[in-house]
Design a protein around this ligand. Sequence first.
Ligand code: GAP
Length: 432
Amino acid sequence: MELMEKIVSLCKRRGFIFQGSEIYGGLANTWDYGPYGVELKNNLKRAWWKACVYDRGDCFGMDSSILMHPRVWEASGHVDNFFDLKSDCKSCKKRFKTEDLKDKYRCPECAGELTESRPFNLMFKTHQGPVEEAANTIHLRPETAQGMFVNFLNILDSKHPKLPFGMAQIGKSFRNEITPGNFTFRTREFEQMEIEYFVRPEDAERAHAEWVENRFNWYLALGMKAENLRKRQHGKDELAHYAHACMDIEYNFPFGWSELEGIANRSDYDLKQHAQYSSKDLQYFDDAAKERFYPYIIEPSGGVDRAVLAFLIDAYHEEKVKDETRVVLKLDKELVPIKAAILPLLRNRPEIVELAKNIAQGLKKSIVTVYDDTGSIGKLYRRQDEVGTLYCITIDVQTLEDKQVTVRDRDTMLQERISIDKLKEYLLNKLK
Ligand code: GAP
């Protein structure tokens, strides 16, 4: 099986990610995060928020609306510029991104005739209120960024920050992609984690370079393998309509090197546009220099779903143990969904089961712990390895006598006997 198939299969088997609306045959390219998927995703977002908001102190958190005033998308340039060219097959009715086609006239799937290529705006349209008419048309946001630009003035007035400072937000975005695919890599509904960092124009280049390093190192610090990460500078012809420069952080996915996160120098484009369209003064006033100007914006913009997928792929590990293949998700301890699993060795011995449940209950308030007695010990270990659980703790007959449990380390498979009353402290120390 190819690596990507193994990841998709593990995600379904173990409750990370399921096909969206599966019992109805699925809605193409939609994915639902299950019990372990949502834990992993939340841990990832928490790690991002900690690094970008709490640890820095110069970025203000935001959670803006998905629905925004229609003028926002005119000002941002999305109405005029946010489109792909598409071609439709007259025979099989499939739709293609023109830039992906080798032959612009023949369908790559059925060799049918293709329509002329036409622009296709990627924003999802809907109507606000009960009447479906053009005046009520609004869009689902295609990026979280604009929710921060329109609140720039609110942050100036409520927080009185000095440059440089940033705004940070995590939230859903929607793009009517022509060719979604590769599991959760490209979907029409996805989550972004974005920072808009405001700097003096003359500091923009330096700040851009610093953010590239900062964001690259974040992935490394969370255990991503260095050989699977690289930086790629955008050529002039691929820059977004707002960008002066952009550096992508790419991951070596099984389907090739692809963008994980982009760090753009957006210049003063956005604030100037919104100032013009809203007729509000969005300049920054530098008290010391007594000057007003539009700050430049450096924007590290990453995809939550893409990062989750990349971390899953990176952590996937197979090793031979005797005659079996052991599958382990070697996720970093900050990301891994479950830190400890309590497994009774004999599930038909009530006193062992009761003690194991009590131990699990005692740990749960401080450590994300599961209890499982639904299989043989071999099966239970396999299950926990596949979701990356850091420590498996077994309760056996001897535990009843010596009040000690066996703690097995996921990565080394070494086992240690630890007394029950020291277990929580032991695990908390390991998880520090
Ligand atoms: N505000 C800038 C912006 O949105 P982008 O490069 O279009 O820039 C940023 O998107 C990140 O959002 C990408 O690096 C990717 O991780 C994620 N992303 C974009 N489109 C996506 C899609 N269709 N599905 C999943 N993630 C997507």
